[in-house]
Write a protein that binds this ligand. Sequence first.
Ligand code: FAD
Ligand code: FES
Length: 258
Amino acid sequence: MTQFDARVMENREVAQDYFEIFLEWPAPARAPLPGQLVTFNVEKGFHPFLRRPFAFASYDKSERLVSVIYHRRGPATQLISSLRSGDTLDVIGPRGFAFQPPRDADQPLLVGGGIGTGPVVFAANWLATKGLHPRLILGFRHQGLFPALTLRPEVELQVCTDDGSLGFKGNVRAFLSTIQASEKDNAFVWACGPYPMLKAVHEWSQAEGLPCQVSVEEIMACGVGACLGCAVETVDARQMVRVCTEGPVFDSKVLKWT
Ligand SMILES: Cc1cc2nc3c(=O)[nH]c(=O)nc-3n(C[C@H](O)[C@H](O)[C@H](O)COP(=O)(O)OP(=O)(O)OC[C@H]3O[C@@H](n4cnc5c(N)ncnc54)[C@H](O)[C@@H]3O)c2cc1C
Ligand code: FES
C-alpha cells in the first residue's frame, strides 16, 4: 500500500453520469488485484474531508496505468469528474483483500451492476489472462447506464436491463435462473453491486451449491478500522467484520444477510 500523487491520464464519461478515470501507476506502487481498492483524497480542505474508496476497474502492467469506473453522485465524485489529463490525485492503494480464485472450480460467473461494475470487469479480464473463459453478467436499469467497456475476447458478456432496452429484460437474478445445468459445472461466482443484488446472487449460489465471493461496498468513514462505520454482521465467531480492513471481498457464506 503506497500513498502518492497519481497523474490523471484520462477521465471520460462512459455512461450516463458514469466516468472512467485512468491514473499513472508508477513502479514502486504494487500491482492491484481484482477486488482491491484505492482511496482518493479529493480535496485537502474541509469538505469533502474523508478519503473516498473506489475499486480498481483495470490495470495495464506495460503502460503502468490503472482505472476506476465511478458514479458521479455527490461532492467527491463531482470533483473527481472535473479532473483533467495532467492533474494529480492523492491516492493510497492497493488496499484490501482481493477475490481469491478457488482451486477446484474453473468456470467464472461474474455478476455486477452500478458502482460494482468496475471490479467485476477487472476480474473478468484478469481471469481471461489466466486462461479461463469468464461469463460476465452485468445489470443496469436501462441502456443509458451501460458503460463503454474494454473486454478481452475470452470474456462472454451478458447485459441485463430492467426495462429490456438492452440485452436480457430483467435483473441479473432473473438471468441467472436461465443458465443451463451444464453451464454451472465447475462454476464459481464473484459479485459486486448493490446489497439486494448481492443477497440474491448469494442465495442463488447457495441453492446451486456454487462457491460465491462478494465485494461489499459499504459506506466508509475512517477507512482504517477505527470507527466501525463500515462494519457488517457475520454468522461466524467474529460476529462482525470491517469492510475497510477485513474486506472488501468476503466469502458470501460468512456474511449475515438480512
Ligand atoms: C469498498 C468500496 C468500493 C467502492 N467502489 C466504488 C467504485 O468502484 N465506483 C464508484 O462509483 N463508487 C464506489 N464506491 C462508493 C464511493 O466511495 C462513493 O460513491 C463515493 O465516496 C461518494 O462520494 P460523494 O461525495 O460523491 O457522494 P456522497 O455525498 O458521499 O454520497 C452521495 C449519495 O450516495 C450515497 N452513497 C455514498 N457512498 C455509498 C456507498 N458506498 N454505497 C451506497 N451508497 C453510497 C450516499 O448515501 C448519498 O446518498 C465504493 C465504496 C466502497 C466502500
Ligand atoms: S471505515 Fe472506519 S472502521 Fe471501516
